[in-house]
Design a protein around this ligand. Sequence first.
Ligand code: SF4
Length: 416
Amino acid sequence: MNELDSELIRQKLISEGFIEVQDEKKAELILINTCSVRKKAEEKAIHFSRQMKNNNKTVVMLGCLAQHKGEELLKVSKADLVIGTRSYEKLIDILLDFERKSTKRAICEDLGIFQLKNRKVREGEFSSFVNIQHGCDNFCTFCVVPYTRGREFSRNAMDILNEIKQLEEQGIVEITLLGQNVDSYFDGKYDFSDLLKLIEDNTNYIKRIKFTSPNPRDMTMKVIKTIAQSEKIVRWIHLPLQAGSNRILRKMNRGYTKEEYIYQALTIRDIIKDVSITTDIIVGFPGESEEDFKETLDVVRNVKYDGAYMFKYSPREGTPASLFKEQVDNETKGRRLRELIDEVNKYIVERRKLMLNREFEVLIEGPSKKDFGYSVGKTFNNISVIVKGLYKPGTFIKGIVRGIKGHTPILEISGN
Ligand code: SF4
C-alpha cells in the first residue's frame, strides 16, 4: 500500500510541475514514506530524515508513522513537514504553503480520500497495484493500522474499473487489488466477489487479477467459487493466520477459531484447483505458552502452506497488546520462530515437488537477481519460478518444471 501511495504521490507531484531527480544529492525536497508495522522500519525512516536534514534538504515525512506520531515525529526526525496518510489530498497545497512561509508543522487531519484522476504507467511497467479500500475496522489488538489508516472505506466499483481500464490501455496485464481487508469490500452495491466479476468481465488486456489481503473472518463461499470459475483471478490466496491457539486468537481479536480457519483453508484447497495458500504468522504474542505455540504448528501441518511471512511479535505503541502483561522474552520468541520456519519449510518443499514435470504458464517479471542468465516469473498460482534466458518483463511463456532449487522451481520452455 505504501508502494502504491509513493507512486501516486510521485505522479501527482510531476503533474504539478515538480521534477524528479535520480540522485538524492541533487534533490531540494525529499519525501519519506514511512511504515510503522515494525520498530526497525520506524528507526530507519527517522535516521534517514535526520541525515537528509544535515544535508540541508527540505524533508517531508509521510505514511503511517507520520499519521501516528504527528508533532512528536516533527521533533525527533527534524523534518520540516509531517503529513499523515489522511492528508495527502492537500499535499500540493501544503508544500506550496511551506515554500511561502517555511513554517514547520504536522498535518494529520482527515482531508479527504487521495485519488488520481489519471494514472500513468511507467515505461516497461506491466503490473500495477489498485487501491479498492482504505483503512480497517477490525482492531486486531497487535495492529496499528486502524489508528494510522482510519476507518474502513470502500471505493466505488465503477471508479476502480475505470482506473483499471486506464491501466490496461497503457499496457498493464496484471493488477493487484489492495486493501487491509479486501473481502469485506462493499461500496453499497458491489461486494468483493461482484467486484472481481465486474473487473474480469469488463477488461480486455488484463490477464491476471490478484488481491491482498483478505481476512479469514470475511472470506465467503461466493468469493471462493468466483475464483475457482475464473480464468483471470490468480489461484493464490494470502490467508493471514497470525496464531493457531483459540485463546491467543481471542486475545488478538481476530474473529475466527483455529477450527474455522483450517476448515476454510481446506475448503479453498478443495474448490480452487491448484490454489496456493500463503499466510502471516506471529510468534510470541503476549501470553503465548508452549501449548499455544504448538497449536500454531498444528495449523501449519494441516494447511501445508505454499509460503509464509513469519515474525516475532513486536509491541506497537498505542495498541492494546503492547500493554498486555506476560510479554514473551526475546529468546523464546527467537526459538519459536526458528521452529516455525523449519516446519513451514518442510511443507513448502513438499508442495513444490508436486509441480515437477507439469506445465505452467509464467508471467516474466525480470532477470533473476540470484541466478545469472535466468529470468524470474510467476505461475498462475503465484509461485516464483526461474527459467533460463532473459525474457522481456511482462511476457507470458509456457514451460515444464524440470527441477527445484531451494524453494524455486526451474522451468524449461516447452518444446526444448
Ligand atoms: S485486519 Fe489487518 S489491518 Fe486490520 S487491524 Fe487486523 S491486522 Fe490490522
